[in-house]
Design a protein around this ligand. Structure first.
Ligand SMILES: Nc1ncnc2c1ncn2[C@@H]1O[C@H](COP(=O)(O)OP(=O)(O)OP(=O)(O)O)[C@@H](O)[C@H]1O
Length: 476
């Protein structure tokens, strides 16, 4: 492995790395920093926790020090928390430069952000939605002259998931110069390569870590097969066990919905576990505050939706528990990648019901590794089953008495308005679609019944006429 100076980085940057405890480049840094310094576009695909952030921050800072101007670099990333984390790396490594950065994310004051953008910071780190809003509504800043455009978690930015960034990306891409250096990074780039190539137009240098296995060696990947109704008891059992045996371990539990995240948080608190949550229905300030409390180990258990699945770098996280089996292997890869980072060890445990076994198979196929069964003490789990399920039900009732669902509805409507849609019209459309779907279903059922009836008639006929009846055509 080479050292940072052989990659072409200046002494002041190498000193900054040392201060952060970074002395030798990781593979992604070793392979991507030189071509970036040569001015090439770059697509870097490396495992979670392998130092992709520094692989782009370091060359950007080096280039910025040679020809400083603002706005020099724009970084796009899918979540607000990740934007703050990336900005912090720029700030720490770029301290000797007097680097000025600016974070543009949703849920924060737009006017303050507009003022900061107008001051021409060297680096802007943004989530696409809010930056696109600023581009649409303000002429006090320009990203027409940026040198670097970086898409971190690039595949997620191009995906049409529950948050669809494509329209906002179009706005941003039409506001940046065609002549720029584009850097794209993720642990899961490969299935979006073609779209990515259209963004990194300048014959990008592509680097991917060689290993077949898509997760890190230091991660012990486990599963527990459980009926749905016993999942929570397993969860409580596991947390109790980890807390008893490893006081200093932090745990992230991933769940599928904001509501479930809220209920599980309430439930674990009833059992006196120091639990905190992170999901998209929380106010942004609360999200940041909760994450800070988790990072500083004031709370050792974080229950989150996939808003925390990508990029978050919290070294104390030793365990990731998937309360639901992720529907997509790449979500699994990012979730479990919150532990076993930068060469540390970690454990992931996925709670699997009988209906999720096919999901585990496709995860295993993608990551080229078999998950091993976690040796849980079933008898201990059964002892607490009733108590856990009663507590969960109580929490559900408590949550129902709050305005959680109502807030969800309001948030949905707000989001639609922001996307330029009419919520009432959308609702009508949804109802009409549902009607059509039901009609189709009824029609299908009728056909199915008719087939069944004809089959029976055919068999009766067959029985009464003997084998020659096989030549009879059944008309539906
Ligand atoms: N060369 C290095 N030596 C040791 N530690 C490093 C090095 N480079 C980065 N790190 C540290 O490794 C950790 C993980 O880095 P980073 O967050 O950039 O990972 P990543 O590859 O972006 O992961 P993810 O895919 O999950 O976003 C960070 O704490 C970072 O400070």
């Amino acid at each position: 492995m080479s050292d940072f100076s052989s990659l072409g980085l200046s002494d002041w940057l190498i000193d900054q790395c040392k201060q952060m405890g970074i002395s030798k480049p990781t593979a992604v840094q070793e392979n991507c920093v030189p071509p970036i310094l040569q001015g090439r576009d770059c697509m870097g695909c490396a495992k979670t926790g392998s130092g992709k952030t520094a692989a782009f921050v370091l060359p950007v800072l080096q280039k910025l020090s040679e020809d400083p101007f603002g706005i020099f670099c724009l970084v796009l990333t899918p979540t607000r928390e990740l934007a703050y984390q990336i900005a912090e790396q720029f700030r720490v490594l770029g301290k000797p430069l007097g680097l000025r950065d600016c974070i543009i994310v949703g849920g924060m004051d737009m006017v303050t952000q507009a003022l900061e953008l107008a001051k021409q910071p060297h680096v802007v780190v943004a989530t696409p939605g809010r930056l696109a809003d600023h581009i649409r509504s303000s002429n006090t800043f320009s990203i027409k002259k940026i040198h670097f455009l970086i898409l971190d978690e690039a595949d997620r930015l191009l995906e049409q998931g529950c948050t669809d960034f494509t329209k906002d990306l179009e706005v941003i891409l039409s506001a940046v110069p065609a002549k720029r250096q584009t850097l794209l990074f993720s642990a899961t780039l490969t299935d979006t390569l073609q779209e990515l190539k259209s963004i990194a137009m300048n014959k990008p240098f592509f680097w991917e870590s060689k290993s077949e296995v898509r997760t890190v060696e230091e991660l012990d990947q486990r599963y527990i097969l459980t009926p749905e109704k016993v999942k929570d008891a397993y969860l409580v059992h596991l947390i109790q066990k980890f807390q008893d045996e490893h006081e200093d371990w932090s745990i992230i539990i991933f769940t599928n919905t904001c509501k479930n995240c809220q209920i599980l948080t309430m439930m674990l608190r009833e059992f006196n576990f120091p639990t905190i949550s992170l999901h998209s229905m929380m106010k942004q300030k609360q999200r940041f505050a909760n994450l800070a409390k988790f990072k500083s180990s004031v709370f050792k258990i974080l229950i989150a939706t996939d808003v925390a699945a990508r990029g978050l770098d919290i070294p104390t996280v030793q365990v990731v528990i998937n309360h639901n089996t992720p529907g997509l292997p790449k979500i699994y890869i990012h979730r479990v990648g919150r532990t076993a980072r930068a060469g540390r060890h970690g454990v992931s445990i996925t709670l699997v019901t009988q209906y999720d076994i096919h999901l585990v198979h496709s995860i295993e196929e993608q990551i080229q590794t078999k998950l091993k069964e976690y040796p849980a003490e079933e008898s201990e789990v059964l002892k607490i089953l009733t108590q856990v399920n009663v507590t969960r039900r109580e929490c559900e009732i408590k949550l129902e008495s709050t305005d959680f669902d109502e807030k969800k509805e309001i948030n949905k409507r707000k989001q639609m308005i922001l996307e330029g849609k009419d919520p009432d019209l959308e609702q009508k459309r949804k109802e009409e679609l549902e009607k059509i779907r039901n009609q189709k279903k009824k029609f299908k059922n009728k056909i199915h019944e008719a087939i069944q009836r004809n089959k029976v008639a055919f068999l009766v006929l067959l029985n009464s006429r003997g084998p020659r009846a096989l030549h009879i055509d059944v008309k539906l």
